[in-house]
Design a protein around this ligand. Structure first.
Ligand SMILES: C[S@@+](CC[C@H](N)C(=O)[O-])C[C@H]1O[C@@H](n2cnc3c(N)ncnc32)[C@H](O)[C@@H]1O
Length: 522
């Protein structure tokens, strides 16, 4: 997949129509999705006269038919000229080998064979019937959920049910800065990028939402870097090639001032010491011991004048670590406790899909998948019973009386179960009364089984530091004891007491005034 980088990411601002040189997802069937970078007609396209073409089992789809159309459109397969592809290929190969020699007549047929033999999917191409308009597909915008289902896997990925919950617990919102390690296949990265997006960074000083991502594996780092560029996410995701256990989370020596952290690493506890607000303890291994909680204060009080924290000093930091086994969880929780994180808890997502289907019930329906062959209502049940009774009567009537003659002609059309057919019976074929997709009640059903375990999610919060100056500033802004009373802000008993005191005071004042007057008169 190659492309030039689009200006605005289709993940963030897809717009109403598909664009050239941008990513789109082709939906071949419900769970069969294929990412494709739409290429305009100009340029080298493997010899197809139609330009770049996507060949599928449902037919061939030239990119030119998929550019500039509304997202979600259905695209019909096209007839494509596969012949010229073979000719062009051979010419290019021939040019290299026999530069300057004239083309041998009749070489085209051999060319096609050569190309077929060299391509692993060549044999099946002829079976698939390339060049024939056979079916249709849909074109979808690349949202993170669909990308997760179709991305090229370089590692285990975080799936939508997990990352949607994680992002919610991390308070990921437009303008937030999230640290992520490791980046792996970029599944979480794309979802996080969308969650924090509040515009591309500009020269204006205003801080924009960002994903600060780290990946240790070099090949994965390079692939991910290219992918981010192709997806127009370079300004939103800052990817660094680094071992975060060793070198932490600063970017070019500066703090990214992160509001939240997501660690999908084999040993997250080894990275936690880089996520404190003060200089971390020297030995990471000391953090994974279960005892020694008393050492931490002393370790953290080490000289921290040079220390730069990766966290936002103005806000509490939210963290989530993603670990498949409980031993990793235990180690992470111990390390979090020692480093002063609070509100620590662990969650496992047990996702269950809910399918929405049409519940097709009725005796008139053809026996098919998803069809419940019982009466759909009382009327149908009564008709069925009447018919059974008629048959029973017919069966028990003495033969040869003449009453049984010509009855077959008057019999209503029935299906195999002997039930009435709504729309009649044409040559033994059942004709449903409505289109199948409209038939039946719309019902939702949960998956019968919950999918297997993915990972344990450990969450915690590191409160912001609170200094004497912060306390003084807060006291100045919200002065204690000088609040203005608000009607209804106190309970009934207190209100009564307050009124009694007020009346007593007024009574006392009246008494005093009367006494004063009496004294004057006397
Ligand atoms: C399970 S994958 C992450 C998958 C990713 N969250 C996703 O949704 O696609 C774990 C990644 O962490 C990387 N990794 C392991 N140790 C690391 C370290 N010390 N520093 C940075 N990355 C590391 C691995 O190379 C791997 O790609």
């Amino acid at each position: 997949m190659t492309s030039t980088s689009p200006k605005v990411s289709p993940f963030l601002e897809p717009g109403p129509y598909t664009r050239a040189n941008s990513l789109a997802i082709l939906q071949l069937s419900r769970d069969n999705l294929q990412p494709v970078y739409l290429q305009p007609l100009s340029g080298d396209h493997d010899g197809y006269a139609e330009g770049a073409v996507v060949n599928t089992r449902y037919g061939s789809f030239p990119h030119s038919t998929m550019i500039g159309i509304p997202w979600g459109s259905q695209i019909r397969a096209s007839k494509v000229d596969t012949g010229s592809r073979g000719r062009k290929r051979k010419r290019i190969a021939g040019d290299e080998a026999t530069a300057g020699q004239p083309e041998t007549p009749g070489s085209n047929e051999n060319d096609a064979e050569t190309e077929s033999a060299s391509r692993p999917d060549a044999a099946s191409d002829s079976k698939k019937g390339l060049g024939e308009a056979t079916g249709f597909i849909h074109i979808l915008p690349p949202i993170p959920e669909i990308w997760t289902m179709s991305l090229p896997h370089r590692t285990q990925v975080v799936y939508t049910p997990d990352y949607s919950y994680v992002l919610h617990r991390l308070r990921a919102r437009p303008g937030a800065v999230i640290i992520e390690a490791g980046a792996g296949s970029g599944s979480f990265t794309h979802a996080a990028a969308r969650a924090i997006y509040n515009g591309y960074p500009t020269r204006a000083a205003k801080r924009k939402g960002k994903v600060i991502s780290f990946e240790y594996h070099e090949q994965r780092y390079h692939k991910m870097k290219k992918e981010l560029s192709d997806h127009g996410l370079e300004g939103i995701v800052h990817l660094t090639h680094r071992d975060v256990y060793k070198d932490g989370f600063l970017v070019d020596g500066k703090s990214p001032e992160a509001d939240a952290i997501f660690l999908d690493l084999p040993a997250p506890w080894d990275a936690l010491r880089h996520l404190s607000r003060r200089k971390p303890p020297q030995q990471s291994s000391s953090l994974s011991d279960d005892d020694g909680a008393n050492n931490t204060d002393q370790q953290i009080k080490e000289d921290d004048s040079q220390w730069v924290s990766a966290l936002n000093p103005k806000k509490s930091a939210y963290i989530c670590t993603f670990s498949p086994c409980i031993e990793q969880v235990t180690k992470t929780v111990s390390a979090l406790r020692r480093l002063g994180w609070v509100d620590i808890d662990m969650v496992e997502i047990a996702n269950r899909k809910i399918h929405t289907v049409r519940d097709r019930v009725g005796l008139h329906l053809p026996i098919d998948r998803g069809v419940n062959c019982s009466p759909k209502d009382v009327e149908e049940a009564m008709a069925k019973l009447t018919e059974i009774e008629d048959r029973f009567r017919e069966h028990s009537r003495p033969k040869g009386t003449g009453d049984d003659m010509d009855l077959a002609d008057d019999e209503p059309a029935t299906n195999g179960a002997g039930a009435m057919v709504d729309g009649g019976d044409v040559d033994g074929e059942v004709v449903p009364s409505t289109q199948a997709w409209m038939d039946g009640r719309l019902v939702t059903r949960g998956e019968p089984e919950i999918k297997t375990h993915t990972s344990y999610l450990v969450f915690a919060i590191l409160p912001r530091e609170w200094t004497e100056e912060d306390e003084a500033a807060a006291a100045a802004k919200y002065p204690c004891g000088a609040e203005v009373k608000v009607v209804g802000s106190i309970d009934k008993v207190s209100r009564k007491k307050e009124r009694r005191e007020m009346l007593e005071q007024q009574g006392g004042n009246r008494k005093a005034r009367r006494k004063e007057r009496d004294e004057k008169l006397a």
